[in-house]
Ligand binder design. Structure first.
Ligand SMILES: Nc1nc2c(c(=O)[nH]1)N[C@H]1C(S)=C(S)[C@@H](COP(=O)(O)OP(=O)(O)OC[C@H]3O[C@@H](n4cnc5c(N)ncnc54)[C@H](O)[C@@H]3O)O[C@H]1N2
Ligand code: MOO
Length: 410
């Protein structure tokens, strides 16, 4: 029997991405939006800093009063006020007067500079307000003063549409006085693993049974990619049970990912059900591991069906599911960055298939993480991988010393 032509990884990726668009945006409290993508810019409600303030614990002065101050010729000023951080007071300062001030406290309107406490005769640390202070160093006008709006001005765009709310971006929005942001929600992904051999991890194994690792793998991978996973444990290789579980799951999520049951076996239930009733195509992809793939929709919900071998399921998630999840979440860049590293050991790659080899970074390069092959069942050693080396379809052997393109994994 003639075998079907293989689809390229890139084409299958494009078809997976075409299954969905970014999710509709919502207003959300800033504190709940970490990691999400902005669907509207964040515009500053206030200046940052909101007022002129001190950069040091010390004394606010008229700069002109201390022009000639030095350790040998200190200038003594009368202390007429105290402004801790958070104080709304604005004590007046006449010539020859100073105000004790703390870092972040509003600079008195009359003051033009701040002298750090270390440059005075006042001890550092807690203490009563002194009556006088001897200043031992000159302070130019504006020194140790942080100006209102020098970071951003009210009305400035502090974060653009499409920006990811990293911890730093969340801080920018908070300091700009924005309690809410417009973001795309976390995609909700249903995970359904199939196989009569699957049992919950920890269940004593009878002959033929194995722990279901794929549904745990994929739920964790969804969460690492910023989604919410709804994990359904192993469903047996029974068409009616699978169809019922799929229908229930598809009704409540943005995307369903299944594993197992997509190749040519006599009990490949995913293929059997979706071939008959879903709008899903099953194609061999020129990828190793991860050749048997399917994608389409089930009752309007996008579905991506991954092969059951655990390493295949993982590399397929990285190649086809993670980009879709990122598109749903509104990320402009759907793919992980790659680096070029040296192969410290060589390995073979099948002709005509783009190999996604789990690798481990070592000093000076990478080595295969799962032994010398890419055995798609080697799930335990997959945990040692911190990258996927992508070997082009026309390369049949990576030789020690070759440069390889590596997708770095967290
Ligand atoms: N005659 C052929 N047989 C196979 C072919 C082929 O072209 N012709 N392709 C092989 C390749 S490549 C792959 S990949 C697998 C894909 O098969 P399925 O997607 O149908 O997966 P299953 O048969 O259900 O399972 C394969 C393997 O993975 C284990 N598995 C399945 N689910 C899980 C899970 N949730 N957790 C842990 N391990 C799981 C399962 O026990 C099998 O060992 O087909 C090859 N066969
Ligand atoms: O394509 Mo399979 O995924 O090689 O093991």
């Amino acid at each position: 029997m003639a075998s079907a032509p293989l689809r390229t990884v890139r084409e299958h990726q494009q078809r997976a991405l075409a299954l969905c668009s970014p999710l509709p945006a919502h207003r959300m409290p800033l504190g709940d939006a970490h990691g999400l993508v902005l669907a509207s810019p964040v515009v500053a409600a206030t200046d940052t800093p909101p007022f002129d303030n001190s950069a040091m614990d010390g004394f606010a002065v008229h700069a002109g009063d201390v022009t000639g101050a030095s350790p040998d010729a200190p200038v003594t000023l009368r202390v007429v006020g105290d402004v801790p951080a958070g104080s709304p007071t604005d004590p007046p300062l006449r010539p020859g007067e100073a105000v004790r001030i703390m870092t972040g406290a509003p600079l008195p309107t009359d003051a033009t500079a701040v002298v750090p406490v270390e440059h005075t005769d006042v001890p550092t640390g807690p203490g009563d307000l002194p009556a006088h202070v001897a200043v031992r160093a000159a302070a130019a006008p504006g020194v140790h003063v942080r100006r209102a709006g020098e970071d951003t001005r009210a009305g400035d765009v502090v974060l653009d549409e499409g920006a990811v709310l990293t911890a730093r971006a969340v801080a920018a929005a908070a300091s700009a006085g924005c309690p809410e942001v417009t973001v795309r929600p976390r995609p909700c992904v249903g995970i359904l693993s199939t196989g009569t051999e699957l049992v919950t991890p920890g269940t004593p194994l009878e002959r033929g049974q194995i722990p279901d690792s794929n549904s745990y793998l994929l739920a964790a991978a969804v969460e690492e990619a910023g989604g919410i996973a709804v994990r359904v444990g192993g469903v047996g290789d029974d068409a009616a049970s699978f169809a019922a579980a799929l229908t229930q799951l598809a009704a409540s999520v943005d995307l369903v990912v299944t594993t197992g049951g997509v190749s040519v076996g006599a009990f490949d239930v995913v293929r059997e059900v979706l071939d008959a009733a879903g709008d899903v195509e099953f194609v061999p992809v020129a990828m190793q591991p991860g050749k048997p793939q399917g994608l389409g929709t089930w009752q309007g919900t996008p579905v991506i069906t991954l092969p059951g071998n655990p390493v295949s399921a993982f590399v397929s998630f990285e190649a086809f599911v993670r980009p879709v999840l990122r598109r749903l979440a509104g990320h402009a860049d759907e793919h992980r960055p790659t680096v070029v590293l040296r192969a410290v050991e060589g390995w073979r790659s099948p002709p005509g298939r783009e190999q996604h080899m789990p690798v481990r970074t070592v000093d000076g390069g990478v080595v295969p993480a799962t032994g010398r092959g890419s055995g798609s069942h080697l799930v335990a050693s997959l945990a040692l991988a911190d990258g996927l080396a992508v070997v082009p379809a026309d390369t049949t052997e990576v030789v020690a010393g070759d440069d390889v393109t590596v997708v770095l994994l967290p």
